[in-house]
Write a protein that binds this ligand. Structure first.
Ligand code: NAD
Length: 352
């Protein structure tokens, strides 16, 4: 008989088309009166919308979030929050913007409302990341978890097709690894399976029709479930490898996840048969790893490390870095098969 501990922290989720309009009421509910709105420079307009909605509850807009939270960016944002006497943050954007809110919460204890506009899932987690001297370090702290999350699928209509596809694959990776994690639970398995099902049916529609309301809502719902799966389980080979490749070779986050996922799944296939059965059934295919590869291809997403800027000469160093410290994974992580995995991923071959 299986045993498990299922422990899920409380977090309020407001979901639905147009629910960004609830932002002021959600701020009131948390007793926040001076929110610093955060966004990237590219999504400044969305930040301005949030600022207008908050009206007198807004302390200002700081549109300077940058991928992987460089420490200088975090420090500037913290200084701005202090200068404006902000009592909380409202982060509107993808994982990059949520990440900046977390960096502020980590030092200044400011609660945040997250309004995610991608499928990265960071809004559901207590995981933060900061990059200093070219190295990204991650950690966990309960205080960085957003207090309230507003999912408004209409905010994802403008997400470029490529980011929609790769961000979806990034979320699928959370589901895959949560299914074979040693600390998975029956509830997480339900979340992961339904998330995979919802992504598999919605992403192809989104690629054809980016403003399809039903498909965008389906995908945002799937991202929510995937975010919980990421938060509640310990990730394995796939996430470690992507962290190494992204951090050490400066490759785009969601792209790396997309390329590696089928190969990491294949690597663990024989060691995690129950997870593979659930993934394949949710995708409606025979083989989990091949199904993920075919989905990425169908979405026109990258399938090789070569096409996203990795150099073949760096594959040996990547294999060394990824096997330097041990971590939990269903199949032992050994250098020779990992090097083979990287070679397949580099050339964009189907997973073995
Ligand atoms: P992102 O937030 O970096 O967004 C990429 C670009 O797309 C940005 O310019 C952004 O402004 C823009 N964008 C986002 N949503 C848009 C939309 N709806 N319409 C138009 N443009 C939009 O991408 P991401 O993949 O969401 O986040 C990646 C980062 O998040 C990485 O640093 C990763 O490590 C982190 N992350 C952290 C966690 C966690 O739990 N801590 C989980 C997942 C990802």
């Amino acid at each position: 008989m299986r045993t498990f501990i299922h422990d899920q922290p409380a977090l309020r989720v407001v979901f639905g088309d147009g629910r960004l309009a609830d932002l002021p009421a959600e701020a009131d509910r948390l007793g926040l009166k001076r929110l610093l709105v955060l966004s990237t420079p590219e999504q400044k307009e969305a930040g301005e919308t949030a600022l207008r909605l908050l009206g007198s509850r807004a302390a200002g807009l700081h549109a300077q979030a940058r991928m992987h939270v460089p420490i200088e960016i975090a420090e500037t944002a913290r200084a701005e929050a202090t200068r404006l006497q902000a009592d909380g943050t409202a982060a509107i954007g993808g994982g990059t913007t949520t990440g900046l809110a977390k960096a502020i919460a980590l030092e200044l204890d400011l609660p945040s409302i997250a309004v995610p506009t991608t499928y990265a899932g960071s809004e559901m987690t207590s995981i933060y990341g900061l990059t200093a001297d070219g190295e990204k370090k991650t950690g966990r702290a309960e205080k960085v978890r957003p207090k309230t999350v507003i999912y408004d699928p209409t905010l994802t209509y403008g997400m470029p097709p490529r980011l929609s596809a790769t961000s979806g694959m990034n979320a699928l990776a959370h589901c895959v690894e949560s299914l074979y994690a040693a600390d998975t639970t029956p509830i997480i398995q339900l979340y992961a399976a339904d998330s995979i099902r919802a992504f598999a049916r919605s992403l192809p529609v989104i690629l054809r029709e980016p403003t399809n309301a039903a498909a965008r809502a389906d995908a945002h719902y799937a991202a929510w479930l995937a975010g919980i799966a990421l938060d509640r389980t310990v990730m394995g080979l796939h996430h470690k490898l992507c962290h190494t490749l992204g951090g050490s070779f400066d490759l785009p986050h969601a792209d790396v996840h997309t390329v590696i996922l089928p190969h990491a799944t294949a690597y663990n296939s024989a060691a995690a048969p129950e997870a593979m059965r659930i993934i394949a059934a949710a995708l409606g295919v025979e083989d989990a790893a091949r199904g993920l590869y075919d989905l990425a291809k169908k979405l026109g997403a990258p399938v090789s490390l070569a096409e996203i800027g990795m150099k073949e000469a760096d594959l040996d160093r990547a294999a060394d870095l990824a096997t330097r410290t041990p971590y939990p994974n269903p199949r032992p992580v050994e250098r020779a098969p990992l090097r083979q995995l990287l070679d397949d991923a580099y050339h964009g071959r189907p997973p073995r």
